[in-house]
Design a protein around this ligand. Sequence first.
Ligand SMILES: Nc1ncnc2c1ncn2[C@@H]1O[C@H](COP(=O)(O)OP(=O)(O)OP(=O)(O)O)[C@@H](O)[C@H]1O
Ligand SMILES: [Mg+2]
Length: 367
Amino acid sequence: MQLRKLHIRNFKNLEDEVLEIDSGITCFVGENGTCKTNLLDAIYYLSMCRSAVGQTESQCVKTGEDFFGLQAEYLDRNLRMQYLSATYTRQGKKCFKFNDTSYTRLSDHIGVIPVVIISPMDNDLINDAAEQRRHFFDQFISQIDRNYLRALIRYSTALSQRNSLLKGNFTEEILSIYDVQLSHEADTIFRVRKDVIERVFPMLAQFYGVISGHKERVSLAYRSALTKAPLTELLLECRERDRVMQYTTQGVHRDDFLFSINDVQLRKFGSQGQQKSFIIALKLAQSLILSELSGEKPILLLDDIFDKLDETRVRNMMQILSSGDFGQIFITDCNHNRIKRVMDDINADYKIVDVEFGKIVREINAI
Ligand SMILES: Nc1ncnc2c1ncn2[C@@H]1O[C@H](COP(=O)(O)OP(=O)(O)OP(=O)(O)O)[C@@H](O)[C@H]1O
Ligand SMILES: [Mg+2]
């Protein structure tokens, strides 16, 4: 799917802006605090039904207004136009319409217009607790496997019910019912996570190799207690401990993913540029896998992508991006001359869109 037209109403600081988009690379360029990330977030919202920067819908409504609306036209791979609108009112009403049909379940929309974002917030993926990494892989897999998303939802419901039981009076029989439910969903989640990591790793290693000029080696490992035994057994083993702790101490909600560089932890020993290169390689691998499995090349949103990277890495990364393996690309930068220089260096169609506070001011096509 390629985004061809976007009409934004009252989304953050964008009051009423219309953007016509070409198939190549679109670069949003402007000073700090103008609206570059907001434009990417509007595109992300249309695909994922939520903000990429963790803001609630009511925080996305322009200050002083009581709704936001996003209307978009996409060209699908059969060259047919598809129409999508998303609206939210401060009363809490959220509505997504695809070609005039409203979704009853928003989860049905996830994956219809695949998207991958790389942003400065991705540092959390390396530095924060395991929850961030699980969240990333869950979002990623949910775009390609609806059964996985449903298993996750059922797992998390059963988990909170089991945890509330552990806080009150319960019988062994009732706990066993939840153990069976949890284990059934956990089997699916564990199997799919394992398969996805096996697919991601070789691509991640290859992209990282190219970006770093093959100077460094990275690895990615999936850590889960379910590698040792099925969850039914683990839950029985830890029942006594769960009773004391009053929550479920084993399960796929405790899984983690380990990122390393030259066999040491990326979080502790990776430099900022190495960490950024890892994230880029990981997300590019994500994008390729999404396109292999869904048949749609995801829209790539690259926010502040050049920050922390040296010129060689920027050039290597841009070579990968211009290979034709990726779909439509949006890039933000605050330096007009730099982006022009970088874009002129690669063989790709691009368009620079100059922005000011809440406004699109000028669109320049490459000549
Ligand atoms: N709900 C809202 N209503 C009005 N303005 C908002 C709202 N949410 C965010 N903004 C404003 O949008 C402005 C632009 O934010 P954005 O993150 O897009 O900037 P940016 O161009 O990406 O800047 P930087 O180069 O620093 O990353 C900010 O100044 C912010 O105050
Ligand atoms: Mg920004």
